[in-house]
Design a protein around this ligand. Structure first.
Ligand code: MN
Length: 236
């Protein structure tokens, strides 16, 4: 790895009611533990190209639901809170990353953003749309893995996770149709897609769980951030 630590741009949350932009410290700690320098990116669409060029890699964080407008649907009753500024900013940033082949790790909502930005679709609400889905909105502590995932072989994910693992789960949306150029690399036992990666890029990988909340107790989860940092350093 090069001596210079790579800059990893992390997308933030936005709270309309309090007029605040913020992000959980766990994302910063995970990037730093993996050898990167965290840079927080505001939710602005216009400078997405500049933001993308500014950093060596990107981390799309978790957050509220994606507006179904972006995949050609109107809102179903089970849709939760949405953030229009965040959708526009993150989709623009992701498209810049796809064009520039910028290393990108996407967490939870981030996975869904990548899939939609690249032309895929998602379920607005698993409970309303997928029969016999597991409980994917755990009420256990954030670090605790509540459901299993099968990891598909010959993937970047399997290189660090092995054939299967257990993960935490804080989502009620999930990927429906995978975007062209991406492959599914993990599923839960109920069939819900839990990870994808690009077949065309150096490192564009998304997970439906929250590795930043797990890595202290499960070192394999830190390896996801290490892969991002390595790719951002040009050695991935
Ligand atoms: Mn899940």
């Amino acid at each position: 790895m090069s001596k210079r630590k790579p800059l990893i741009g992390i997308t933030c949350n936005q709270d309309h009611e309090t007029d605040r932009t913020y992000i959980g410290e766990a994302y910063l700690r995970a990037v730093e533990a993996a050898g990167g320098i965290a840079v927080l990116l505001p939710l602005r669409e216009a400078p997405a190209g500049r933001y993308c060029r500014l950093v060596d890699g990107l981390l799309l964080s978790g957050g509220v639901d994606l507006d179904p407008f972006w995949f050609g649907e109107d809102p179903m009753p089970g849709l939760g809170k949405i953030c229009p500024d965040r959708d526009a900013a993150e989709i623009a940033l992701t498209r810049e990353a796809l064009t520039a082949d910028k290393p990108l790790l996407a967490v939870c909502r981030g996975l869904q953003v990548v899939n939609v930005a690249a032309g895929g679709t998602i379920y607005q609400d698993l409970r309303g749309q997928v029969q016999n889905a597991y409980k994917h909105t755990q009420e256990a502590p954030r670090w605790y893995p509540t459901h299993g995932v099968e990891v598909l072989p010959d993937s970047k994910l399997s290189a660090v996770m092995g054939p299967g693992t257990r993960v935490n789960s804080f989502h009620h949306q999930a990927i429906k149709d995978v975007a062209p150029g991406f492959r599914i690399t993990a599923r839960a036992g109920d069939g819900v897609i839990e990870a994808i990666e690009s077949e065309r890029h150096r490192f564009i990988l998304g997970v439906q769980w929250h590795p930043e909340d797990m890595f202290v107790r499960d070192s394999r989860q830190l390896k996801l951030f290490r892969m991002l940092v390595a790719a951002a350093s040009g050695v991935g």
